[in-house]
Design a protein around this ligand. Structure first.
Ligand SMILES: C[S@@+](CC[C@H](N)C(=O)[O-])C[C@H]1O[C@@H](n2cnc3c(N)ncnc32)[C@H](O)[C@@H]1O
Length: 249
């Protein structure tokens, strides 16, 4: 019909985009015939920058923590994963969270702000300097009363704190990831989540060639979490460096 606008699905821009994806897919398929269309998920800095540009600005304390992380090249989860943690905690009505590997408390702030009054985030870190730094930041973020900080080995702290958790968040050294799966799952309530960061491990899990303890740890962790759907239902989100979310049945 003359003058009729094309439906957006058939717009020239959409067609160009679809054609570019098809070319990318075809090129990848030549190199690796097992690639699937839905695996074209370019988790890359440009994507993170785009997602972060959409987000509301963080409050001054989170912004200060991000600046500190940048200055020290400290591996924070960043706002993309922070928002995911906050959202998941809200979605399951979490009240008790246990973090393995808290640094100076950035991920804990995202969790704590999603919990109701009386909620608890147990933080752990092996470096007492991180705990000292966290103290003031958590207070200024207005969440100090919800946070308990345990200095020392994270798995030992998990064993020492009694009770069930709604969420266990895993961000320790990667060689320990399989031990975290074994220790954390029995501590979750049914319907609780084990969330692990860096489960794409900067792409080192993809090639099959890396043979270091950290990569082996992440590979074993991922295999364990996908081994039994009836016990634990897991997805690997290609967000930033990969986040697995495992739901305990
Ligand atoms: C990736 S950083 C944590 C970042 C933090 N989750 C955030 O985004 O705000 C990992 C931290 O875990 C600590 N860590 C690593 N392995 C540990 C372990 N087995 N026990 C206790 N702390 C550990 C390190 O000292 C480091 O501060």
């Amino acid at each position: 019909m003359p003058g009729k606008r094309l439906p957006s699905l058939l717009s020239p821009a959409r067609l160009r985009f679809a054609a570019a994806r098809a070319r990318q897919y075809a090129a990848l398929k030549v190199r690796d015939p097992s690639i699937r269309w839905w695996q074209l998920t370019p988790s890359n800095p440009a994507m993170s920058r785009y997602a972060e540009a959409l987000m509301p600005a963080r409050d001054p304390v989170l912004a200060e923590m991000e600046a500190l992380g940048e200055e020290r090249r400290f591996p924070l989860i960043g706002p993309e994963v922070g928002r995911l943690l906050h959202q998941l905690a809200l979605m399951i009505g979490a009240r008790r969270v246990f973090e393995l590997g808290s640094g100076f408390g950035y991920s804990a702030v995202w969790f704590a702000r999603a919990l109701p009054e009386g909620g608890e985030v147990h933080c752990t870190d092996g470096d007492p300097a991180n705990a000292r730094l966290a103290e003031g930041l958590l207070a200024r973020a207005g969440v100090a009363e919800k946070v308990r900080f345990h200095v020392g080995d994270a798995l030992e702290a998990l064993a020492a704190v009694p009770g069930e958790f709604d969420i266990v968040f895993n961000d320790v050294d990667k060689h320990a990831y399989p031990d975290v799966v074994r220790a954390a799952l029995p501590r979750l309530r049914p319907g609780g989540l084990l969330i692990s960061d860096n489960t794409l491990w900067h792409g080192r899990v993809l090639g099959g060639g890396a043979d270091d303890a950290e990569t082996r740890g992440v590979l074993d962790h991922n295999r364990l979490l996908f081994a039994d759907d009836a016990a634990v239902f897991t997805t690997l989100l290609p967000l930033r460096d990969g986040v697995t979310v495992a739901l305990k049945r």
